[in-house]
Design a protein. Structure first.
Length: 117
């Protein structure tokens, strides 16, 4: 066997043993992007369904009926709500420090309306 043939065999063996970095990472598909967006809580969500989707129903009856039922009901937001926690609960305290610490952090803050003088 010639030296060049030995090198080719060695390179081929290395290529088969080590996965290609380009093929190891698959590009994000449209379905994966939709699933990620589905997991993001809408600002108007009133319930989390059993299949991890969100509902905007006005009442608990019938909400998530085609999604395995209601896993957690939040209802309508209170008037003094300042933030929405990641698990759907409401934060009503003006203090931002420690907000939603027991509820997975803040999903989004509500903008305060400017006071007219």
């Amino acid at each position: 066997m010639r030296l060049t043939d030995s090198i080719r065999v060695l390179l081929l063996a290395c290529a088969l043993a080590v996965p290609n970095a380009l093929t190891a990472q698959k590009p994000a598909t449209k379905a994966a992007a939709e699933e990620k967006n589905e997991m993001r809580m809408p600002k108007s969500a009133t319930a989390r369904c059993s299949d991890s989707t969100w509902s905007k129903a006005d009442s608990q009856q019938g909400a998530c009926s085609s999604h395995g039922g209601v896993a957690k009901w939040f209802g309508k937001a209170p008037a003094n709500m300042t933030a929405r926690c990641s698990d759907g609960e409401y934060w009503t305290n003006e203090e931002h420090r420690g907000a939603c610490s027991q509820h997975g952090g803040v999903a989004f803050w509500l903008k305060k309306k400017a006071k007219k003088s």
